[in-house]
Design a protein around this ligand. Structure first.
Ligand code: GAL
Length: 516
C-alpha cells in the first residue's frame, strides 16, 4: 500500500505540473481547465458487483495530496483505506443498493459524492474505463510494460478521473511453432492449464501488483484454437481457462473470435452466439467478477444479442486502427456506424467502437514500427473523445502510457465529459442529424438534462444549429460547455454555435425552469 500512496502523491504532483506546463505552452488549444487543488471526487455514481465476491474500487479524486477519504454507510464487509481511497473487501451477500456517502478532505477543502453500490447479477453498470496495450505493444507486450502502464495510470492522474482497467491484449500466451524462444515452449501444462510466455513470469504477482494500486486488469483469449496473432486460444479448454483467468486475479476477459471461424459450422446467429454463451456462463460461475468484452467485429448484429449471451460490451466494427480514413480520419466512420445502435446499449452491456488512439501510438499496419504522435488534429481528438462519451462507449486509451503528454491528458481527463460517458442512466446518444457536413448526437442523462454534441465534418468553421423542437425540449434552457466547464447562459429556443473544422461543441442542457 505504501507504494500506492507514494504513487498517488507523486501522481497528482506530476499531473498538476504537466497540466500547468501545457497551459503555458498552448493556451488557446487546451479546453479542459486545470482541476482545482481542493478535492474533487470523480468516477461513476453507480457501481455493480456480485454478492460475496472480492470487491475493489479506488475512489477517483483530484486535488492536492494528502487527501483523507471517508465513507458513511459502507457495507460492513468493505473497508476504505483513508489514505489511498481504495475500497476493498468482500461484496455483501445481501443483494440490493447500498448508498455510500464518500467524503474527501485536504487542507484546502472538501468534496462529497454519493456512490450507489448495486449488489446483484449485473456488473459493468457504466462503460469500462482504462487502457489496453494492443496499439502500443502488439506482440512485444511484457509484464514490465503492463506494470509501467499501471503505475503511469496513477502517476499521470488518469486514475483520479476514473480510468481503472489495465488490460493485456493478445500475445501473452505461447505461440505454436514460434521461432522466438520467449514465445516458444509447451502451450499448456500436463493438466491442460494454459501457460504464459516467458515475458509473463508470474501472472498472479502481476494482477496482485495492479490490485495493490486499486486498479483492475484484463486478459485476452479467443474461442478458437489460435488467437488472431497465432497464439494459443481457448478452444476445447474453455472451462479450464475461465478458471485460470479468475484464479490469476483478472477482472476482465476480451474474447476475440479470430480462428473460431474454423470451428463454427456457418455464420448463423446460433453459431455466432455459441462460444460466447459458453464463456459467458463460465465466467459467471467464477468466484470473482470478470467483465466479458466480446470482440467479433459486429457479426450477426451482435448488439441485438451480446447482452443475452453474457457480454458486458461488444465490438460493433472491425479494428479502428485498420480503418481507412477518407476526407475524415477513420474513427469517424467507426463512430457513424456505432452510433446507429444506440437502442441496444445500457447498464451492463455497451456498444464498443474500439479504443481511443491518440497520444503516442503504434501503427496497426506496421506493428514493428515505433510509436508516433497521432496525426489527428487537436480538434479531431476532442471530437473523438466527445463521440465516445456521448455514445456511452468504453473509454479505453491504447496509446503509450510511458509517453503521455499534456495535450493527450487534457483530452482524456475532463471530469464533465467523462460524467456524460459514465452517466448512471446508461443511455447511448441517438443521432439527431447526420449529413456530409454535420453530425449531431443527443444523450439523455439521469438528472433530466441532455448532453449534446455538435460535430463539424467540414474543413471550414460552420454554424451548427440545434432547435429545442428537434431535441424534444421545451422552454428556456441553461447551457453549459462541458469541455470548458463554463456556463454559457439561458437560451430560449435553440443553440447555434460556430464549430471549428472537424471540431465539436459539447454541452449539457438543463431546463431553466424545471416543471414541478
Ligand atoms: C483483433 C482485435 C484487436 C486485437 C487483435 C489482437 O482481432 O480486433 O482488437 O485484439 O485482434 O491480435
Amino acid at each position: 500500500m505504501l507504494r500506492a500512496t507514494r504513487h498517488a502523491v507523486l501522481g497528482f504532483a506530476a499531473f498538476f505540473l504537466t497540466f500547468c506546463a501545457a497551459v503555458a505552452q498552448q493556451p488557446s488549444d487546451l479546453r479542459t481547465p486545470l482541476p482545482p487543488p481542493t478535492p474533487h471526487i470523480n468516477g461513476p455514481e453507480v457501481y455493480g458487483a456480485r454478492p460475496g465476491h472480492p470487491f475493489l474500487y479506488r475512489v477517483p479524486c483530484t486535488g492536492t495530496r494528502p487527501i483523507v477519504f471517508h465513507a458513511r454507510h459502507l457495507p460492513a464487509s468493505l473497508q476504505l483505506d483513508p489514505k489511498t481511497g481504495i475500497i476493498s473487501g468482500t461484496a455483501p451477500e445481501k443483494r440490493g443498493t447500498y448508498t455510500v456517502a464518500l467524503d474527501a478532505t485536504n487542507s484546502l477543502g472538501r468534496d462529497r459524492r454519493t456512490l450507489r453500490i448495486v449488489i446483484g447479477d449485473t456488473i459493468g453498470l457504466t462503460p469500462q474505463m482504462g487502457w489496453n496495450d494492443w496499439y502500443s505493444y502488439y506482440s512485444r507486450i511484457t509484464d514490465e510494460d503492463v506494470r509501467t502502464a499501471a503505475e503511469a495510470m496513477i502517476s499521470s492522474g488518469m486514475a483520479d478521473f476514473g480510468y481503472q482497467f489495465v488490460d493485456i491484449d493478445d500475445c501473452w500466451a505461447r505461440k505454436p511453432n514460434a521461432h522466438d524462444p520467449d514465445l516458444a515452449g509447451e502451450l499448456r501444462d500436463p493438466q491442460g492449464n494454459i501457460l504464459p510466455n516467458a515475458r509473463f513470469p508470474d501472472m498472479a504477482a502481476l494482477t496482485a501488483f495492479i490490485h495493490s494500486l486499486g486498479l483492475k486488469t484484463g486478459i485476452y483469449s479467443s474461442p478458437g484454437p489460435l488467437t488472431c496473432a497465432g497464439f494459443e486460444g481457448s478452444y476445447g479448454n474453455e472451462a479450464r481457462d475461465a478458471k485460470q483467468f479468475a484464479s490469476w486475479g483478472f477482472d476482465l476477459l476480451k474474447y476475440d473470435w479470430c480462428s473460431y471461424t474454423r470451428v463454427a459450422k456457418d455464420k448463423s446467429i446460433e453459431e455466432l452466439e455459441k462460444p460466447y454463451i459458453k464463456m459467458g456462463g463460465l465466467l459467471k460461475d467464477q468466484p470473482r467478477d470478470v467483465v466479458l468484452n466480446m470482440c467479433q467485429y459486429g457479426m450477426g448484429d451482435v448488439w441485438n444479442w451480446g447482452r443475452e449471451v453474457g457480454g458486458n460490451s461488444w465490438r460493433t466494427t472491425g479494428d479502428l486502427g485498420l480503418q481507412a480514413g477518407s476526407a475524415l480520419p477513420g474513427f469517424y466512420n467507426i463512430a457513424f456506424a456505432n452510433a446507429t445502435h444506440s437502442q441496444d446499449a445500457g447498464p451492463g452491456g455497451w456498444n464498443d467502437p474500439d479504443y481511443i488512439l491518440i497520444g503516442t501510438v503504434g501503427n496497426a499496419r506496421d506493428q514493428n514500427a515505433p510509436g508516433k504522435p497521432t496525426s489527428l488534429t487537436h480538434e479531431e481528438q476532442y471530437s473523438y473523445m466527445s463521440m465516445w462519451s456521448l455514445m456511452a462507449a468504453p473509454l479505453i486509451f491504447s496509446g503509450q502510457m510511458d509517453h503521455l503528454d499534456a495535450f493527450t491528458l487534457n483530452v482524456l481527463c475532463n471530469s464533465e465529459v467523462i460524467d456524460v460517458d459514465q452517466d448512471p442512466l446508461g443511455k447511448q446518444a441517438s443521432i439527431v442529424r447526420k449529413t456530409d457536413e454535420e453530425f449531431v448526437l443527443r444523450k439523455p442523462l439521469e438528472d433530466g438534462s441532455v448532453a449534446l454534441g455538435l460535430f463539424n465534418l467540414t474543413t471550414s468553421p460552420r454554424s451548427i444549429s440545434a432547435d429545442w423542437s428537434q431535441l424534444g425540449l421545451q422552454g428556456s434552457q441553461k447551457i453549459r460547455d462541458v469541455w470548458r466547464q463554463r456556463d454559457l447562459g439561458v437560451f430560449a429556443q435553440n443553440y447555434s454555435p460556430v464549430v471549428p473544422p472537424h471540431g465539436v461543441i459539447m454541452v449539457r442542457i438543463t431546463a431553466a425552469h424545471p416543471a414541478h
